[in-house]
Ligand binder design. Structure first.
Ligand code: PMP
Length: 462
């Protein structure tokens, strides 16, 4: 029998993995099948997936209905494209359905296959918009430290995580970053939400003024930051930031790749977090990961320029992917949205999110290396740091605090995730997760964190 672990070790170039380490040690886990929130590996061991894959399997694994939709559509029309005014039915029905859920003022969807390509499309739309308006210098895009917007040449630079720039000559020159609204590492001790928001909005304004408002095109932000640490902004943050953007004619792009389609307990994270975006990126939850599909939702203000001055100046919109509006992916999305609606999973995400956040706060309150438990809806994280007389201090990255906790929990059958850039462990389970499953996740990771805390103390690293 072929040893698939050996094939993987020898031939697969793994994303976000140590190249040599993987070649030597092979896969940490080889997933073989899955049902609900549970993944079975090649040894038959079951793992409770508290991350819904990578924040995406919102309706849970093993949904026959989506599998059938994929197969039926592949049999009927396996592929056709949308270039040059060609069309397919599933994409048309899906676009209408997505716009119906979106906040007022959105009128069009441009489909792609990943969150990264959606954000690249965003940059091109924003540049095209300003070129069409006769503002060719207005091109810079401001993102945030710790924001995650993808890994392509453009979106990788928008991502504010140094590990995703190192070795790749990123970010591209038209990208800037401002601070993340991080309670532990950015907020001053004396600041309440209003003062913290006002200071971050002032930082944004100072940057726009320093760069020159006529050179700044857009600001991109996740409603709640995901991979950068599940960072929930303070009350009033987006209103304060938005006032600055409006003052200088800067577009707001909401990166809804994680939050979109229910994870915060509302259809879009923008609703819950008080954002009024001009453009939105979606992916992950639109198909619950059963098929690769993304979308750029375009608001009326931008669409009017694209279809007006843009068309007049440049002719056909010269952008699109082979798989833009892929009918099989759209069919998967339609079946997925049927499930989300029929099972009231958006409301459920809100309720189970409250349960998860309460459970984490209670279970981790007594552990001295916990700087914060935080979250919104079904996105949550625990931040680990060293307590000192002067406040929290980051652990030496060499100590690998969060990765050790995640590995120990994996041994005990729970999948969580250590986030890059610090020591946070995150959770983002399927919306179908039960209270019992959340209890198991929390107690398993708490036990792992307790053991790592003891080991740090034994090594005089505390
Ligand atoms: N934006 C956000 C907010 C994300 O979380 C991600 C993926 N984690 C992306 C963009 C990039 O999506 P993809 O990996 O599908 O390219």
């Amino acid at each position: 029998m072929t040893d698939t672990r050996d094939l993987d070790r020898r031939f697969v170039f793994h994303p976000f993995s140590m190249a040599q380490g993987h070649e030597q040690s092979g896969a940490l886990m080889m997933a073989q099948s899955a049902e609900g929130c549970w993944i079975t590996d090649d040894s038959g061991k079951r793992h409770l997936d508290s991350m819904a894959g990578l924040w995406c399997v919102n309706v849970g694994y093993g949904r026959e209905r989506i599998a059938d939709a994929l197969a039926d559509q592949a049999r009927k029309l396996s592929y056709f494209h949308g270039f040059s005014s060609m069309a397919t039915e599933p994409a048309a029905i899906l676009a209408e359905r997505v716009i119906a859920k979106a906040p007022d003022g959105f009128s069009k969807v441009f489909f792609g296959a990943s969150g990264s390509d959606a954000n690249d499309t965003q940059a091109k739309i924003v540049w095209y918009y300003n070129n069409a308006r006769g503002l060719p210098n207005k091109k810079k895009i401001i993102a945030r430290d710790r924001g995650y917007h993808g890994v392509t040449v453009l979106s990788g630079g928008l991502t504010g995580l140094p590990g995703l720039h190192a070795g790749f000559d990123l970010p591209l020159p038209m990208i800037r970053h401002v601070s993340a609204p991080h309670n532990i590492w950015t907020r001053n001790a004396e600041e309440d939400d209003a003062a913290f928001s006002a200071r971050l909005a002032q930082e944004l304004e100072d940057l726009i003024l320093a760069e020159g408002p006529d050179t700044v095109a857009a600001f991109i932000a996740e409603p709640v930051m995901g991979a950068g640490g599940v960072i929930v902004p303070p009350e009033g943050y987006f209103a304060a930031m938005q006032a600055v953007l409006d003052r200088y004619d800067v577009l707001l792009i909401a990166d809804e790749v994680i939050c979109g389609f229910g994870r915060l307990g509302t259809w879009f994270g923008s609703e819950r977090m008080g954002m009024k975006p001009d453009l939105m990126s979606v992916a992950k939850g639109i198909t619950s990961g059963y098929a690769p599909l993304s979308g750029v939702l375009v608001g009326d203000k931008v669409w009017q320029v694209i279809s007006g001055e843009g068309s007049a100046k440049y002719g056909a919109f010269g952008h699109g992917y082979t798989y833009t509006a892929h009918p099989v992916m759209a069919a998967a999305a339609l079946a997925n949205l049927d499930i989300v609606e029929e099972e009231n999973l958006v409301e459920r995400a809100g309720q189970m999110g409250d349960y998860l956040n309460d459970a984490l706060a209670k279970a981790f309150a007594d552990l001295p290396i916990v700087a914060e438990t935080r979250g919104k809806g079904l996105m949550a994280a625990v931040e680990f740091a060293r307590p000192t007389r002067d406040g929290w201090q980051k652990f030496d990255p060499g100590l690998q605090v969060a990765p050790r906790i995640v590995r120990a929990a994996l041994q005990d059958g729970v999948i969580s995730r250590a986030l890059p850039n610090g020591d946070a462990v995150s959770f983002s389970p399927p919306f179908t997760v039960t209270a019992e499953e959340i209890d198991l996740v929390v107690s398993t990771v708490r036990k792992a964190a307790g053991a790592v805390c003891d080991a740090l103390r034994a090594d005089d690293a505390l």
